[in-house]
Ligand binder design. Structure first.
Ligand SMILES: [Zn+2]
Length: 233
């Protein structure tokens, strides 16, 4: 989408901690990667990341990131801005804020920015992308093309509650090719992402600046059909 503006040789792989051992085994034994470093992260409890591994194979580098609980998607919505709220899974590619991202503009995840630990790191990440030509703002209403949007309802607004299955993200499904007993090839296109159970909002002030401290914190919630609701942290 943006040739040269994202670095493709540095892949982050997210896995639930319940699959940590299996993922390490696949990366090391089947794909030939070597673990060069690992840390149990000192991130605040609010973040759901538990451990990071650095793996290399020749010039290829991978970070394996383990996530608390059994849903690896959660940290994406705790990232510094909408620009990086994208993912690739076995189902396809997903961009949570296509209307912003494809236009090279982004909103900062206010809850993350206000967190003492993440403050400097967030500023560094944003500066890196600004140098590559992307624009960042705190509120959707700061962008002229979004003046007059319905605050808290427009899918791009920091006050809006979003879910993976709300149809506002851009989902590019992968196609699966399977062969039947007669040797005929069948093509199926994935229609769902498989993880429609995550709900998030960026948090921050409403675009007219009415509320001050209310709802500033970014939130990500996992909804389980059988067990009701579970908070990511
Ligand atoms: Zn708004």
């Amino acid at each position: 989408m943006f040739p040269g503006r994202f670095t493709p040789n540095d892949v982050d792989v997210y896995t639930p901690e319940t699959e940590e051992t299996l993922m390490l085994e696949i990366l090391r034994e089947q794909l030939g990667f070597t673990v060069t470093k690992q840390v149990a992260t000192a991130y605040p409890k609010r973040l759901s990341i538990t451990r990071i591994y650095w793996l290399t194979k020749g010039t290829a580098k991978i970070n394996l990131i383990t996530v608390k609980g059994d849903n690896a998607v959660v940290p994406i919505f705790q990232f510094h801005s909408t620009l990086v709220m994208n993912k690739i899974s076995c189902y396809g590619m997903f961009c949570a804020y296509p209307e912003l991202t494809l236009n090279g503009i982004a909103l900062v995840n206010t809850g993350v920015k206000l967190d003492t630990y993440s403050k400097r790191r967030t500023a560094e990440c944003i500066e890196k992308y600004e140098k590559r030509g992307f624009t960042f703002k705190d509120q959707l209403g700061d962008y002229r093309q979004f003046h007059g949007h319905r605050c808290g309802e427009n899918a791009n607004c920091q006050k809006s509650v979003r879910t993976l299955g709300d149809g506002q993200g851009l989902f590019v499904p992968f196609t699966a090719h399977t062969e039947d007993k007669e040797g005929q090839t069948h093509t199926t296109v994935n229609t769902a992402d498989g993880t429609n159970s995550v709900e998030w909002s960026l948090g921050g002030l409403s675009c007219n600046g009415e509320d001050f401290m209310d709802g500033v914190v970014n939130s990500v919630t996992i909804k389980s059909e059988s067990e009701g609701e579970a908070k990511a942290d």
